[in-house]
Design a binder for this molecule. Structure first.
Ligand code: FE2
Ligand code: FE2
Length: 286
């Protein structure tokens, strides 16, 4: 087996052994998956976990999440977000808090990483709203989660990640390309494996996996093109940093397919930049 074949296999085993999400979170998501559950049972269960409730409300109230009026309580959040979107948010914030613990020797600057993730969340949500396609409510949370595979690499395989980052720097290639060369897999696939293990909704798994694919063909309910575009816009505008600033040569073409003309790019980057600073403060990341 080639070197990267061994690295990839070992890595996939490690992902299988990632810790499960807390029991309380699993109970909440089980209730959310059951169409017979009552909204009040769900709200009661979520409210028992104060930290989780606070995080859900912070995200749902971010000005770019997609709901114009303030969401004041968990009961209100259950009613407004609906079971499906709430499930993505609960799983997303739980996974991110599990993966947020910094390693001893941190390879990714976390502040910059979150700024990139928040920028991508805002961009995905703005572009999705612009295209007026239904079922895009998950764009914000998926943008926030899109690079979680990198956090998994930092936690489970720091040596491999440092090889990847070294290759990125030396060859001036994207982290995605360097991962393919060093590991034979990439953070989209790694993130998807974890998302599958933690039973994220399919729409979230799919967008995490495909966010580096040039979005010229897409199926229904595929949110990866929005994340792809927003991710590249953040790199172009240098909003945060998550390993590289290499922009896809197909970005403009992809944006055009999504209904955004070349003259709309700079204003969009400025809006993301402004929003990312605001949301970063709102979510308490500094
Ligand atoms: Fe990525
Ligand atoms: Fe990214």
């Amino acid at each position: 087996m080639e070197m990267h074949g061994i690295l990839k296999t070992t890595l996939f085993y490690k992902i299988r052994d990632l810790p499960p999400l807390p029991n309380a979170v699993l109970k909440i998501t089980q209730l959310l998956e059951d169409t017979k559950s009552s909204a009040s049972d769900i709200a009661e269960l979520i409210s028992k976990d104060e930290a989780l409730s606070a995080r859900i409300l912070k995200i749902a109230n971010s000005p770019y999440f997609g709901f114009p009026n303030p969401i004041c309580s968990i009961t209100h959040a259950v009613a407004i977000l609906g079971f499906n979107l709430l499930r993505s948010v609960v799983l997303g914030v739980s996974a991110l808090s599990l993966l947020s613990q910094e390693g001893k020797k941190d390879l990714l600057d976390r502040q910059q990483f979150w700024l990139h993730s928040i920028g991508t969340a805002i961009g995905s949500s703005l572009i999705a709203r612009e295209t007026k396609v239904p079922r895009t409510e998950e764009a914000f949370i998926i943008g926030l989660l899109h690079d979680m595979g990198k956090l998994i690499l930092a936690q489970l395989a720091p040596m491999e990640l440092s090889l990847v980052l070294e290759r990125t720097r030396k060859e001036n290639i994207s982290i995605f390309e360097a991962e393919m060369k060093v590991l034979g897999t990439h953070h989209g696939e790694i993130g998807e494996l974890a998302a599958r293990k933690w039973r994220f909704p399919a729409i979230v798994q799919n967008a995490i996996k495909l966010h580096h694919r040039d979005p010229f063909s897409r199926g229904r309910e595929d949110l990866s093109p929005y994340v792809y575009a927003a991710n590249n816009l953040c790199k172009q505008g240098r909003i945060g940093w998550a390993g590289d600033y290499v922009v896809s040569p197909h970005l403009n073409e992809a944006l055009e397919i999504l209904g955004i003309s070349v003259s709309g790019i700079e204003p969009l980057i400025s809006e993301i930049k402004k929003g990312a600073e605001e949301v970063k403060n709102l979510l308490g990341i500094s």
